[in-house]
Design a protein around this ligand. Structure first.
Ligand code: AKB
Length: 315
């Protein structure tokens, strides 16, 4: 049976690529993109679009009823760096949007939800290397606190109301089609743009800051695989650890130099350094591997090739 999908926050970094992939898979007319602002041409031209505020329950409900939506992907969120500047706005957006979709599912108006969590659920007391699925969390950022709370609510709605909600803890995501906005891992995208434009980059994290990262194609594949997995296979209803690669700014720079030998990097850490220092360096994702066969395909070499190759004609 053909299903109908709604994406909230479709114009953001993940939402844009997810919408395009879901449209290719399920048919353009069956995937409704929505956001509080219009997006890029490829998204706006390829299927239905609704201007929608993810914090407005009635507005989402209207769109769900109108298009007879079965599944919602909630991609609207305020990320870590911006959330430190606007804590209450971040809390309102990140939590109210989640309650809206959880309650729609509780009321049986939709049947399945995808909601993204993040490595930001971990904090300074979390073991840094191969961070386990279940371990000390204690996030120290506004964004991390909202994501950890969200995870608890997802599991609660699953257990209490049988809501089929699924989630992964995304690492930093690297993509060339859409820019990230307001995150701590954004340097890993900016660096490729600046390398092509100026052959130099000033990084807002120090050279040894090792963080978990992932190329967008892997992230989109993980998201759709998880959503297509049989419910009974899923043992985690808070959010799955999702691993791929880990690297430092220095290592990305060394990799870029294989293609742009004159590339130079300098370091000028700002408030985002403290956020990055509170996050894990690498992730144990054995639960995702076991439950739904997760396997990443992109390492740093391949990511660098893809980024430089696809961006070279845009600068
Ligand atoms: C951020 O840096 O805030 C995000 C994330 C890791 O969730 N990219």
């Amino acid at each position: 049976m053909q299903k109908s999908i709604l994406i909230l926050g479709a114009c953001g970094q993940i939402g844009t690529e997810l919408t395009i992939e879901l449209r290719a898979k399920y048919g353009s007319e069956n995937v409704v993109a929505s956001d509080i602002r219009e997006g890029g041409e490829s998204l706006m031209q390829s299927g239905p679009f609704e201007l929608l505020d993810a914090t407005n329950y009635e507005a989402i409900e209207d769109v769900v009823m109108h298009y007879e939506i079965d599944e919602v992907y909630l991609m609207a969120a305020m990320l870590s760096a911006t959330a430190e500047k606007f804590p209450m706005r971040a809390w309102n957006l990140n939590m109210n949007s989640l309650f809206n979709v959880l309650n729609l599912a509780k009321e049986k108006k939709i049947s399945k939800i995808f909601w993204p969590s993040s490595i930001a659920v971990f904090g300074p007391n979390t073991p840094k290397e191969n961070t386990m699925q279940s371990t000390i969390m204690e996030p120290s950022t506004v964004y991390g606190i909202s994501k950890q709370s969200g995870e608890r609510w997802c599991e609660y709605y699953f257990k209490k109301f049988d809501v089929d909600v699924r989630s992964v803890r995304y690492p930093g995501l690297i993509s060339w089609k859409t820019m990230p906005g307001g995150g701590t891992t954004d340097y890993a995208v900016d660096i490729y743009h600046e390398a092509l434009k100026k052959e130099s980059y000033e990084c807002f994290l120090n050279e040894e800051t090792k963080l978990p990262m992932m190329y967008m194609d892997d992230a989109i594949r993980a998201t759709i695989n998880l959503m297509e997995s049989p419910s009974e296979k899923l043992s985690v209803r808070s959010s799955y650890n999702l691993g791929s690669m880990s690297f430092t700014p220095k290592e990305v720079a060394q990799n870029i130099r294989k293609h742009i030998p004159n590339f130079e990097i300098s370091y000028n850490p700002d408030f985002r350094q403290q956020i990055a220092d509170s996050w894990p360096s690498s992730i144990d994702d054995s639960a995702a591997k076991r439950d739904w066969n997760w396997q990443p395909e992109f390492d740093l070499e391949k990511t660098t090739e893809e980024m430089l190759d696809n961006l070279k004609d845009t600068v």
